[in-house]
Design a binder for this molecule. Structure first.
Ligand SMILES: CC(C)(COP(=O)(O)OP(=O)(O)OC[C@H]1O[C@@H](n2cnc3c(N)ncnc32)[C@H](O)[C@@H]1OP(=O)(O)O)[C@@H](O)C(=O)NCCC(=O)NCCS
Length: 171
């Protein structure tokens, strides 16, 4: 590793040292909405209303910096005894590719393990990110029908181009 690359890596590590992950609180909904709907505007994610966020808030965790600013959000949504989805994971604009998404996703996976789940899945346009966490690509058809419940609300229903990925927790 040359000195410039090392300096960049050190700077990222310093930035991450200041971060913490915690469960979301009702007062975070405005900021979660801002982050998610920023990406929804360019069809990278599904939009979320404040009502949807409040109703599912207990699924959400956030990453905050030392000053209490929320830099990322993401949710673990339970589907069945052994299965949950990582969804609505996003890093605030301008803070991508600094390892923040990884910190949050690892916490959501840890939460899934604590719940005793066998598998976590996601639908995504960024398979490389989930691949870096150990997820593998699967056919949509391997996931149980129940997980498609929300798809009825999606404008891309019947022409879904998201990639289905699964992380097996008991290997
Ligand atoms: C996807 C997202 C959550 C990843 O968070 P992040 O903090 O940027 O990701 P990290 O820095 O932890 O990335 C870890 C690795 O994942 C991969 N990765 C992350 N984002 C990627 C992207 N957009 N394209 C390709 N690979 C990506 C890379 O291998 C990266 O390692 P590297 O930067 O050393 O090459 C974030 O970029 C984001 O908010 N994207 C927009 C919203 C979105 O699409 N969310 C996913 C919904 S399923």
């Amino acid at each position: 590793m040359d000195m410039t690359t090392q300096a960049a890596t050190d700077a990222q590590a310093d930035a991450r040292a200041d971060l913490s992950v915690r469960k979301a609180r009702p007062k975070d909904v405005g900021e979660i909405s801002r982050i998610v709907n920023f990406y929804a505007a360019s069809q990278q994610m599904l939009p979320k209303t404040h009502l949807q966020l409040y109703e599912n808030l207990r699924d959400f965790s956030v990453v905050e910096d030392g000053a209490g600013r929320i830099l990322a959000c993401g949710a673990l949504h339970l589907y069945w005894e052994n299965l949950a989805e990582i969804r609505a994971i996003a890093v605030t604009d301008g803070m991508a590719r600094k390892g923040i998404g990884t910190i949050l996703a690892e916490r959501l996976v840890e939460e899934a393990r604590e719940l005793g789940l066998d598998e976590v899945f996601c639908f995504t346009y960024v398979p490389r990110f989930f691949n870096s966490l150990g997820f593998i690509q699967v056919e949509h058809s391997v996931l149980p029908l129940k997980v498609y419940n929300e798809c009825f609300q999606c404008p891309k229903f019947n022409k879904c181009d998201e990639i289905a990925m699964v992380l097996h927790l008991r290997v």
